[in-house]
Write a new protein. Structure first.
Length: 296
């Protein structure tokens, strides 16, 4: 007659604690239910597994032999369950404040180690990105920051760090410069993320008051406004590869801030697919310049 994995777990709990009450609490069973499971195992094996007295519980020689067999059986069962779950199709929704190479590098690595995953990407823009993470609209979120860290309520990891560029209209006086200094940037007419007042959502805090002329909810909107000649913007240098635009130029800022791409997820999220994705994000690579793998 078959012995179930659950019955073997019951046997191992008692064998480990040598106390039916403690083992029952460990398994969240009543002592009587646990005792019945042990009796079933003894009946099905045809062997006494424990010496029981009013004061103690001890393994019999047969019980000692079964411990090793039961451990192997339970471990093998757990391996099968883990293998089965690894083959199941899972879904991960990723939010992007601004699309960039930090996200693309991570996703490219993750797809090789998470073959059963269905990927969804949501472009969130500058507004409400953290709200989307907070309310579960997305499972994790990529943001770029030059100042401070993401909100402490989330678990965040720095996955890429890079210099910044000045985004100018194609015919701007600075458009053809090899590089510019921040002193030349701060006095320009700015297109900034939507924010309270004229603050640029913390992006350039510490560089003095900016002359914000127009606001944009997404980086694509900012590019369109820049292309129309309405102002400039500051962005991570990788936008030159990800957001080529005929109407704008990207000029390196020689003494500007460094932009850090963060991967954030809800601190209480214990999803294995999120954990796997984070491991892929933090895996060391040799072909991702500017990456770093510190936890925020």
């Amino acid at each position: 007659m078959d012995i179930t994995t659950h019955q073997l777990r019951c046997f191992l709990a008692v064998a480990h604690t040598l106390h039916f009450g403690a083992a029952a609490r460990e398994l969240n069973l009543s002592p009587s239910a646990l005792s019945e499971q042990i009796k079933t195992v003894e009946r099905r094996t045809g062997r006494a597994l424990f010496h029981r007295t009013s004061r103690s519980v001890q393994l019999t020689p047969h019980g000692v032999q079964l411990v090793h067999l039961a451990q192997r059986a339970v471990a093998a069962h757990d391996d099968v369950v883990a293998w089965t779950r690894s083959q199941e199709s899972t879904e991960l929704t990723i939010g992007l404040m601004v699309p960039g190479l930090g996200f693309r590098d991570v996703l490219a690595r993750a797809t090789t180690t998470m073959p059963g995953t269905r990927w969804k990407v949501k472009h969130l823009g500058f507004l409400n990105s953290y709200d989307a993470l907070r309310d579960g609209t997305v499972d994790c979120l990529f943001t770029a920051r030059t100042q401070g860290e993401p909100p402490r309520e989330f678990t965040s990891h720095a996955v890429r760090e890079e210099d910044c560029v000045l985004v100018t209209p194609a015919h701007h006086p600075l458009a053809d410069r090899a590089a510019v200094a921040m002193a030349e940037v701060v006095g320009l007419a700015f297109i900034a993320p939507v924010s309270n007042g004229d603050r640029v959502s913390g992006w350039l805090d510490g560089y003095g008051p900016l002359d914000v002329r127009h606001h944009a909810a997404t980086f694509d909107e900012a590019l369109e406004l820049c292309g129309a000649g309405l102002g400039v913007n500051v962005a991570a240098e990788s936008v030159r590869e990800t957001h080529a635009h005929a109407g704008v130029r990207f000029v390196p800022i020689q003494d500007g801030p460094r932009a850090t791409t963060y991967l954030s997820h809800r601190a209480e999220d214990d999803s294995e697919v999120v954990a796997h994705f984070v491991r892929a994000a933090l895996a060391p690579t040799d072909d991702s310049p500017g990456r770093r793998t510190e936890q925020a």
